[in-house]
Write a new protein. Structure first.
Length: 164
C-alpha cells in the first residue's frame, strides 16, 4: 500500500480561491461606486424655509429666553490648583446672557473671570478628574456666574480646560 506523499497532501492555496476573492472585491467596489453616484445625483438637502416659515420660527423663538441672548468670551484664566499646588490649569469659557438686561457685558465678563480664578484656586485635581468632575466644575462655575451677575447670565459654556 502506497501512502500519499506529504507534498501532494498539502498543496498551496488554490488559484481559484484567489481569483474568486479578487472578483468579489471588484464587485463590491463597483457596487459601492454605483451607490455613491446614485446618492450624489439625489438632492438630499431640504428646501430652504419660506419667508413665512422663517417669520413663524422667529415668533416662536421670541418667547424663549435664548432668543434675546448673546454670547461673550471670558478672558482665559491660568492658575494653579488648590491641591497639588504645582498643577496648573487653563480655562477658557463663554457666557450666554440676556442682552436686554446687561448694559456692559465686558465688565460682567471680567468679574465672572475673576470669580472663576478664585474658584479654581480652591479645587483639587481629584475634584476635576473624569467626566463627572468636569460636569461638576461646569455646574459650579455656571452657578457662580449666575449669582455674580444677579441672574442675568443664562449659561456658562466651557470651551477648554487644560490641566498640566
Amino acid at each position: 500500500m502506497a501512502a500519499p506523499k506529504p507534498a501532494e497532501a498539502q498543496s498551496g492555496p488554490k488559484r481559484g480561491s484567489a481569483k474568486s476573492t479578487l472578483l468579489a472585491a471588484m464587485l463590491v467596489t463597483v457596487l459601492a461606486v454605483g451607490a455613491g453616484a446614485l446618492l450624489a445625483t439625489l438632492n438630499l438637502q431640504s428646501p430652504a424655509p419660506s419667508a413665512e416659515e422663517r417669520g413663524l420660527a422667529a415668533g416662536a423663538a421670541a418667547g424663549c429666553p435664548m432668543a434675546a441672548s448673546n454670547l461673550v468670551d471670558l478672558p482665559p484664566v491660568v492658575t494653579n490648583l488648590g491641591a497639588p499646588t504645582d498643577t496648573w490649569v487653563r480655562l477658557e469659557a463663554s457666557i450666554v446672557f440676556d442682552r436686554e438686561r446687561v448694559l456692559q457685558p465686558e465688565v460682567m465678563a471680567a468679574e465672572i473671570a475673576a470669580d472663576e480664578l478664585a474658584y479654581l484656586r480652591t479645587v483639587s485635581l481629584g475634584q476635576i478628574s473624569g467626566p463627572t468632575g468636569l460636569a461638576n466644575v461646569r455646574q459650579d462655575l455656571t452657578d457662580r456666574a449666575v449669582v455674580r451677575s444677579g441672574g442675568r447670565v443664562i449659561e456658562l459654556v466651557l470651551k477648554t480646560l487644560v490641566v498640566q
